[in-house]
Design a protein around this ligand. Structure first.
Ligand code: ATP
Ligand code: SKM
Length: 313
């Protein structure tokens, strides 16, 4: 399915009750239409995801309980030049309504991606792996974690071991080599290391594909990282104090250094913006799938602009 072919209708961009910032109304209308086509009973509500229905999906006086159905999804990943052990694919259970919206958005952007890789950038713990895997599954792309590729190349068990044995600059060189290697690939979603954005040469490689920055407030990152510990994250492991405060201190300093570099990405997903759009108070309430839906929208916006605007979308 090509973008714009679902019903041919283009709705002008405007503010809606579900969005405090400009929304891609044509894409949203198509999401809503796809949901209606696949769900004529109207039990799925696209507005839950910040999508403004182009038509009413509910019948007044006929309120239904929403039954959340689960759609198992399995995609196998493999690719010639990358060791099979770093290609990750997992079955996951997601609500059917989210699956439909994800699928619709992925179909909208696929022709414009033209097989280009997607590089997910962001701070440690921002969800690059979690969200990147969802995006790879809906696009039928393979998934690659750049840190894991470096571990494979070096023959080490973990990035923490590489830092300990050889130092950070050795790791950074290997990371650049890995990104170089990946830059000739197609149809991969690549979760990059949190510091990869700091070397301009890495951007030369990442700009062969489309990059997306997962912009997560440092407080939320510190909460996630404190929950799992800092053993696997050598740049956070040295801070004293309780786990949350230590992580917050170090992450804030890193973000100060890196904020501008992350902004080199072609598209940005701001968890604060999603929370505002959906009327949630805490960004920690946003599920990886909802974040992946927004990521596909932002990638779509970039591809549209790249393609000369709204005319063909
Ligand atoms: N939307 C979310 N809500 C709550 N927890 C999340 C969310 N996304 C990811 N997490 C959790 O946060 C932690 C970090 O996620 P993930 O490994 O995907 O991040 P990352 O950016 O790949 O991290 P790193 O760069 O350090 O490897 C994991 O424990 C994961 O389960
Ligand atoms: O933010 C960083 O600098 C890092 C993030 C991790 O993904 C690893 O690449 C490594 O621990 C360094």
């Amino acid at each position: 399915m090509r973008i714009g072919m679902l019903d041919g209708s283009i709705v002008q961009g405007r503010k809606t009750p579900f969005s405090s910032f400009r929304e891609t109304s044509a894409a949203a209308a198509m999401d809503a239409k796809a949901v209606q086509t696949l769900n004529p009973s109207g039990s799925i509500r696209p507005e839950k995801f910040g999508i403004r229905p182009a038509f009413s999906l509910s019948r007044p006086g006929n309120i239904r309980f929403i039954r959340r159905r689960i759609a198992p999804m399995e995609v196998s990943c493999s690719y010639n030049n990358i060791p099979a052990s770093i290609l990750k694919s997992e079955g996951r259970n997601v609500p059917l309504e989210e699956e439909l919206i994800l699928k619709n958005r992925s179909q909208q952007i696929q022709p414009y991606l033209n097989g280009r890789c997607i590089y997910v950038v962001g701070m440690m713990g921002s969800g690059k792996t979690t969200v990147g895997k969802i995006i790879s599954q809906v696009l039928s792309y393979s998934f690659c974690d750049c840190d894991t590729l470096v571990e494979e190349e070096v023959g080490a068990n973990s990035v923490a071991d590489i830092f300990k044995l050889y130092g950070e600059s050795f790791f950074r060189d290997k990371e650049t080599e890995a990104l170089h290697k990946l830059s000739v690939m197609h149809k991969f979603v690549i979760s990059t290391g949190g510091g990869a954005v700091m070397r301009p040469i890495n951007w030369k490689y990442m700009h062969k594909g489309v990059s997306i920055w997962l912009d997560v407030p440092v407080e939320a990152l510190a909460k996630r990282i404190a929950a799992v510990g800092t053993n696997s994250r050598p740049l956070l492991h040295c801070e004293a104090g309780d786990a949350y405060t230590a992580a917050l201190t170090r992450l804030s300093a890193l973000f100060e250094e890196r904020g501008e570099a992350y902004a080199n990405a072609n598209a940005r997903v701001s968890l604060e913006n999603i929370a505002t759009k959906l009327g949630r108070r805490d960004v920690s309430d946003l599920s990886p799938t909802v974040i992946a839906i927004e990521a596909l929208e932002q990638i779509g916006n970039f591809l549209k602009a790249e393609d000369g605007g709204y005319a063909r979308y």
